[in-house]
Write a protein that binds this ligand. Structure first.
Ligand code: ADE
Length: 409
């Protein structure tokens, strides 16, 4: 009988047509023969599909979790026992074990790193310089990781080229928006079993993740207020029909607050003190510093588990605050991560970017690179085909029209 993890991997693979097309080519061409890849990603079924795809493409893989709460242990087991993959991940590990696992994955002395949040790259530049000898470059999955890499590039310390996978259109337009939109609601609903319809929901951040969450919360009947620091995004939120306000104002009557900013201290203890009694707080950003959990831990009068993934705190004003999954990213810590068809595109970009890096690293310098447009278009073409949808193409005369600048007739 198949194990739970095996079934999850198979289900994911069955719904990842773009990755499957890449796999068929990689099996024939074996582009990663002799290449070692260390990965730090959320270790769940879709990630397993990517790791196995790269392995079938010839790579030696070592995979660790990029978050202490996001691993699916049944998938970890299947990857290790059925697929003989080196995996270092377990749900609910402490910080020390988290770093121990990242270190173990670097013991491979990788040629390529695939990172989500840039902790692996950070280690290679600090405590694990010893493991960076073979590195030709890497890929970064998420906005927060790219912000860190760009800071390293700006300071001139980045030691190898990194590809900003998040920048690909077929990544951020879908993963950040529709992926985070659906998986955040999935995580919230799973953790709380509460209704969204009729609730006042504050969404912090109106980047692609925030707008996905705001859109889906509204779709479920939530009355949504957006908070922003960027006036352009704030205007967009207004014109998309959302209330826009500050955190300290909107939290006063919010039933649910979701952060998706990539910034620290977005919901502070001062905000919690003016919040409605019983507010539910959760975070969909990469790190658990968007909600000031440390202050909550330090200053609250009482805390207790009220559901598997919800902790209640009593503040010194007598009100309570409910926090989901320690303020760690709710869509993975309490949900199942992004939908499979979304990760199909994100991980197709990852696989093709790793191949690009392998073929082009000699021409690349120690910078953060965008994903080449051809990769974006290749992924889009396979995806649109897999959706059973046909699109038009330009005729020769239309192409010529694009190049013409004469009279506009
Ligand atoms: N599943 C695997 N990686 C993920 C990510 N970065 N976001 C959401 N779901 C995921």
């Amino acid at each position: 009988m198949k194990t739970e993890g095996q079934l999850k991997l198979e289900w994911a693979r069955d719904h990842m047509p773009v990755c499957n097309e890449i796999r068929r080519r990689f099996v024939k061409e074996v582009p990663f023969k002799g290449i070692k890849i260390s990965m730090a990603l959320h270790v769940e079924a879709k990630t397993g599909v990517l790791a196995l795809l790269l392995k079938e493409g010839g790579a030696e893989i070592s995979l660790a979790s990029c978050n202490p709460l996001s691993s699916d242990d049944s998938v970890v087991l299947a990857l290790k026992e059925i697929h003989s993959l080196n995996v270092y991940a377990k749900k609910g590990i402490d910080d020390a074990t988290y770093y121990e696992f990242l270190n173990k994955t670097l013991d491979l002395n990788p040629d390529i790193v695939i990172d989500d949040g840039a902790d692996l790259v950070n280690l290679l530049h600090t405590k694990r310089k010893d493991a960076s000898g073979n590195i030709i470059g890497g890929n970064e999955e998420t906005t927060t990781g790219v912000v860190r890499l760009r800071a390293m590039e700006k300071q001139g310390v980045l030691k190898f080229p990194m590809i900003d996978v998040n920048d690909a259109m077929m990544k951020h337009l879908f993963d950040n928006r529709y992926g985070t939109g659906q998986s955040t609601l999935d995580g919230f609903m799973h953790a709380t079993n509460l209704l969204i319809a009729g609730k006042r929901v504050t969404v912090a951040g109106y980047g692609y993740c925030g707008r996905g969450i705001a859109m889906r919360m509204r779709g479920m009947g939530g009355i949504v207020t957006v908070t922003e620091v960027d006036p352009v995004k704030a205007v967009e939120a207004v014109m998309d029909g959302f209330n826009v306000s500050t955190m300290n104002d909107s939290i006063r009557d919010a039933d649910i607050v979701v952060t998706a900013t990539g910034m620290k201290e977005v919901v502070t203890y001062q905000d919690m003190l003016v919040a409605k009694d019983g507010v539910v707080l959760c975070n969909a950003g990469h790190f658990n510093n968007e909600i000031s959990v440390a202050q909550l831990e330090e200053k609250s009068m009482w805390k207790g588990e009220v559901r598997n993934e919800v902790r209640r705190y009593r503040l010194d004003n007598g009100n309570t605050v409910n926090l989901i999954s320690d303020g760690r990213l709710v869509n993975l810590a309490s949900g199942q991560g992004h939908p499979v068809e979304i990760m199909d595109m994100s991980f197709a970009i990852q696989a093709l970017s790793a191949e690009f890096l392998l073929k082009n690293h000699k021409k690349m310098t120690n910078k953060v690179y965008s994903v080449p447009r051809e990769i974006d278009l290749a992924v889009a073409s396979v995806k649109i085909g897999s959706l059973g949808t046909k699109i038009d193409s330009l005729t020769k005369s239309q192409m010529e029209y694009l190049d013409s600048w004469g009279e506009g007739t």
